[in-house]
Structures are given as C-alpha cells and as structure tokens.
Design a protein around this ligand. Structure first.
Ligand code: SAM
Ligand code: SF4
Ligand code: F3S
Length: 439
C-alpha cells in the first residue's frame, strides 16, 4: 500500500480539485496520510492569489530535501495555480531541484501517467495554458472523487475567469471562462443526491458568467431552476458572484427557489469609486449599494458576505474611509479581509503609488475591528431563534451543522441525525460561532 500526503491551499476550486486528485490516487491504490515521513508521494496543491502562501510553499518544500535523501523513491509534486505562471514555474524548477512532478490546473486528469513517469525517475513537467477541451467539455467528468464530506459537496459549474481585475492573478492561472454542460452538472448533482448528499455548492470564480461560452439559452439562473427539480436535494449554494454580472434573473431565482439558501457572497473589494475603477471591477459604490437593496428586498433576511482589499495602490486615507463607511452601510454578516499583495504580471503590481506595508497593516486592523463588531451584532440577534440546520458531522462530543445562512452551529444530539435537516434553538452566540439545542 502506497501513501500520499496532500496539502491544499487557496480557494474552494482548489479544495475540490484536491478531492479529484484524492479520487485518482485512491484508484491507483494510494491511501492518504497526515505524516510526511510515511508518504511515498507528497503533493502541494498551491494558490497564487497572494505572496505569503507562495513563500511558504518554497519554505516547506525546501525542507523535504532531507526526506528525499532518506527515501530516494519519494515523489515530491507541486500542482495548482503556482506552476501556471511561467516565472513561478521557472523559479520552482531552479530553486527546488528535488521536486519530481509539476502539473497545472488543466492537467489533473493526466495524473496517473504523470505520476508513473515521475516514479520511474523522470522529472515531469506538464502545464497547459488552457483546458484543451471543446465547449462544455470537462476532462474531470467521470474521474473518481474522494469527497471531504458526506452530506454536502462541491460541484464545478464554470472554470477560469476573464474579468482581469487589475490586482488578480486568477485569470492568468485558471485561463478563460469555460462552462460545463448543464446536463453534466445535473447528472453529477443527481448522482450525489442518490448517494445521500443533501447540499451542493456550485463553484466558479464568477458563476454569473455561466453559460455565456456555451452559445445556448442557458444562464446561471436557468441552471439553478433545473437543479432545483432534483428530488432529494435539500439545499443549493453557490460561490462566487461578481456584482457587475448579478442580473435580475439570478435574484429572481434566489427569491423563488426554496432550495437556494439565503446567503450571498458578493465581493465588493473597496468602497471608493476611484479605487474600484483602478481595480477594473466594472461597478461603482452606488451600483453595489443599490444591488444590495434589491437582493435584500427580494430575499428578506439574506445573509451577505464579502471580500475586501486594503492598501490597493493609490488608496488614500479618504479612500479607505469609504471602504469603512460602505461596510457600515451594508452591515455584512461577515467578510474576508485581505492586504493587497502585488502579483507579478498584473497591472496593479506595476502601479507606481504602492501603499507602505505599515499603512496597509494599520488599515486592515481597523477594518477587521469594525467588521467583527458588526458580525458579532448579527450573531447576537440569532439568540433564542429556532433555525433550520443541516447536520454535517460530529464535533467535540456533539454535532455540528450549518444554518441556511451558512453559519456553523454546535449542539448536542444523536449521530443518527447526521445528514438530516433539524431545528436548533440558538443558546449562545459569539462573533464566529453559535451553540444551540435541538428544538
Ligand atoms: N472570483 C472571486 C471574486 O471575484 O470575488 C474571488 C477570487 S479571489 C480567489 C478571492 C479574493 O482574493 C478576492 O475577492 C480578493 O478579495 C482577494 N485577492 C485577489 N487578488 C488579491 C491580491 N493581489 N491581493 C490581495 N487580495 C487579493
Ligand atoms: Fe480575480 Fe476578479 Fe476574476 Fe474574481 S472576478 S477571480 S477577483 S479577476
Ligand atoms: Fe488561489 Fe488559484 Fe484559487 S490562485 S484562490 S487557488 S484559483
């Protein structure tokens, strides 16, 4: 029995890619291990969105040289977004000579052959710029998957991104937008529900662009309506939506389809129009606020979350205060906050007016403080409420599940409830977690 150690960094697309990689490795007779020393194959599925995690990859993998010396047949691999950038690939090849196998985000289905070649001593590098698949085609279709959860599952609907926000590396690492055929998405969701899954999260960097490349009368809204018909499916989530492309038909679908959960992740990035323009986001603060109103009107009580970047080049104190005031206006349920990280090859990295590190840090602390206060207030309001919870797993002696608004709840109960919808009364609320009891 061979063992693999798989480390996953980055977004849900990478998490799901790792489920496919785990499936392929299982079909090759590999078992997972958490112990590096036990592994015959160490693989890092990497993210390029910010610099720090990339640096960590170099640090970690450099340290594996000793493992390789002790066990020469060990295969060390890097996949995911880092090798998709030419400079980074060259740097990996040069700085990490003991890495045997490098493949990109479009080459996952080729892993069995690539791994075999690496095992026989070849240094294997295979990174395609694009999926090399026809419209609607998906090389991942039919590949085995080892899913992390038994109750909820990720389902890809669209790969890539062609938005080119000026700070973002993703369009360069994941290639152009490429939708899966609706019938293939439907088949996967149907198979999942037949296997007992209750919830799906539809994945794409910009799900609102779904269908545009298929040349048919299909949008993300129509896809939601089609999936909604699948018996046994209880909940549908999706991520991520681009505010610019969030059209009436999607808002209507969210309002009309009971299986679509009342949660929307709608990254705004910044509150100042000048910065939004420089980010190439394609909307203004006023447009975003109006969109939020529309969504809240259509889906009362919806939970709204966002992504925010501080310290984008040229961001003044006044610009940053506009981000703070937008956060106060919208009152997001929660937010992922990021310090701008210049990514080589993106327009923002070449802008001359970079913000000093200490200013970025000071701003992010202020932003986090404000958002935490607002998140905490949202959570306090849930005290005493009875909420529908999909029970996912056991956790520290009890059960854990999520509300429709995607909040995690811990409560006591029998393990036979796992996979069921139940109602939980909230008894304790802190900024990030809820406790409750079966109602
Ligand atoms: N496609 C999604 C969207 O449009 O919002 C998310 C893509 S990205 C993987 C997730 C988040 O990382 C972005 O929303 C942005 O806030 C952040 N991000 C992307 N590039 C960044 C950079 N260069 N520096 C800091 N944060 C960045
Ligand atoms: Fe990056 Fe913008 Fe595409 Fe999101 S929409 S992945 S932030 S380029
Ligand atoms: Fe990172 Fe690639 Fe996702 S850059 S955020 S893993 S698409």
């Amino acid at each position: 029995m061979k063992r693999y150690y798989l480390k996953t960094m980055g977004c849900q697309m990478n998490e799901h890619d790792s489920e496919v990689i785990a499936g392929i490795l299982a079909s090759l007779g590999y078992e997972p291990t958490e112990e590096l020393e036990e592994a015959d194959f160490i693989l890092y599925n990497t993210c390029s969105v910010r610099e720090n995690p990339e640096r960590k990859v170099y640090g970690h993998i450099a340290a594996f040289r000793k493992l390789k010396e002790a066990k020469p047949e060990l295969v060390i691999g890097i996949c995911g977004c880092m090798p998709q950038q030419k400079d980074e690939l060259e740097s990996i090849l040069e700085k990490l000579p003991h890495v045997d196998l490098i493949f990109g985000t479009h080459n996952i289905h080729r892993l069995p052959e690539l791994l075999e070649r690496a095992q026989s001593g070849e240094r294997v590098v295979e990174v395609w710029d694009e999926a090399q698949a026809g419209p609607g085609e998906d090389h991942r279709d039919g590949l085995p998957k080892v899913r992390k959860h038994n109750v909820k599952a990720f389902v890809n609907v669209i790969y890539g991104c062609t938005n080119f926000c000026s700070y973002c590396i993703v369009p360069y690492t994941r290639g152009k937008e490429h939708s899966r055929l609706p019938e293939m998405v439907r088949q996967e969701v149907q198979e999942l529900t037949e296997a007992g899954f209750k919830e799906v999260t539809l994945l794409g960097q910009n799900v609102n662009a779904y269908g545009k490349d298929l040349g048919a009368e299909i949008t993300f809204g129509t896809l939601l309506r089609e999936l909604h018909e699948i018996p046994g499916l209880e909940r549908i989530r999706f991520t991520t939506s681009h505010p610019r492309d969030m059209g009436e038909d999607l808002i209507r679908a969210m309002a009309e389809l009971p299986k679509v959960c009342e949660h929307l992740h709608l990254p705004v990035q910044a509150g100042s129009n000048r910065i939004l323009r420089r980010m190439n986001r394609g909307y203004t603060r006023e447009y975003y606020l109006q969109l939020v109103n529309k969504v809240r009107e259509a889906v009362p009580g919806i939970s709204l979350t966002t992504d925010l970047i501080v310290g984008f080049p040229g961001e003044t104190e006044a610009d940053f205060e506009e981000t703070l005031s937008l956060v106060e206006d919208v009152r997001f349920d929660s937010a992922f906050t990021f310090i701008f990280s210049p990514r080589k090859g993106t327009p923002a990295a070449r802008m001359s007016d970079q913000v000093p590190e200490e200013v970025k840090k000071e701003r992010i602390y202020r932003l986090i403080d404000l958002q935490n206060q607002i998140s905490g207030e949202h959570m306090q309001k849930l005290l005493g409420q009875e909420l529908e919870v999909l029970v996912e797993d056991v956790s520290s002696g009890g059960l854990v599940g999520r509300t429709r608004s995607n909040r995690q709840v811990h409560f006591a109960g029998d393990t036979c409830l796992i996979g069921q919808l139940t109602v939980v009364r909230i008894t304790e609320a802190s900024t990030f977690s809820l406790k409750g009891e079966l109602a």
